[in-house]
Design a protein around this ligand. Structure first.
Ligand SMILES: [Fe+2]
Length: 255
């Protein structure tokens, strides 16, 4: 499996605190069958402001530790960038890192609103040749209040990645309901752990497979946990295919 979003680098954001914690979460992912992890860190969320040099140093250390522990897991670098009006400018200046060599860029909306400049900023980023991965859009209150905004995002070919915990109700019933709504509307095309620690926010992607399978069938679960993520890592656009049960657009996932 491929985990498109997890905090596994230590000492730079609210993920692991020590090298021991880093190896712990990566071992957890590996024993769950995850072979690739997009190792995000908060670039500018108001609490953590990780700069590229700091990120790259933490990334290299983690890769070295994985190699010396003999773990069969590959890390892919990426920053989790909080939406702000100057995002494209920051990207042009080298302040924010896209997902290593894929052309995908992880954007997180602020939790409480959907700022007026959101669509313009995302469009500006797309002009830089980036494809947007919207991280846990189900946790954005503005989008939950105005579901019609989803269509605007779909028209811009933006892909959403849900946090696995949202599926299980870990962020409350409102977020859980929004997750189903956004999956069925076609915006959320993949699920990641958004893991931070072994116990509280684990890197156990397989936990989400039964709940997706039960609701939408095995092919959709497979697409959300493996098919779409593998397209993203390969830097390919996600091919939309018709699905009889999901989406008023009747499109879903990667072949
Ligand atoms: Fe995250």
């Amino acid at each position: 499996m491929i985990d498109l979003h997890a905090h596994v680098l230590y000492g730079i954001d609210d993920g692991p605190r020590t090298v021991h914690d880093t190896l712990g979460v990566i071992r957890q992912a590996a024993s769950d069958g995850t072979r690739s992890i997009v190792a995000v860190a908060h670039a500018n969320d108001g609490h953590f402001n990780v700069i590229p040099e700091q990120y790259e140093r933490a990334f290299e250390i983690a890769c070295r530790e994985i190699a010396s522990a003999g773990l069969n897991v590959q890390l892919i670098p990426a920053m989790e960038v909080r939406l702000g009006p100057q995002l494209a400018e920051g990207y042009r200046q080298g302040r924010f890192l896209a997902m290593g060599g894929t052309g995908y860029f992880c954007v997180e909306l602020p939790p409480n609103d959907f700022p007026a400049y959101t669509l313009d900023t995302l469009f500006e980023l797309s002009l830089e040749g980036l494809r947007i991965l919207l991280i846990h859009p189900e946790r954005n209150r503005g989008l939950r209040r105005r579901p019609e905004l989803m269509e605007r995002l779909l028209n811009m070919e933006i892909l959403g990645v849900a946090s696995g915990g949202s599926l299980l109700g870990q962020f409350g019933p409102e977020v859980q309901a929004a997750t189903w709504q956004l999956i069925e509307g076609g915006l959320i095309q993949a699920v990641a752990t958004d893991g931070h620690s072994i116990a509280k926010r684990p890197l156990r992607l397989s936990a989400y497979e039964p709940v997706l399978s039960r609701r939408y069938g095995d092919p959709v679960a497979e697409s959300m946990l493996q098919g779409v993520p593998s397209h993203v890592l390969a830097g390919r656009p996600v091919e939309l295919i018709p699905h009889p049960r999901i989406g008023w657009r009747r499109f879903f996932g990667a072949r």
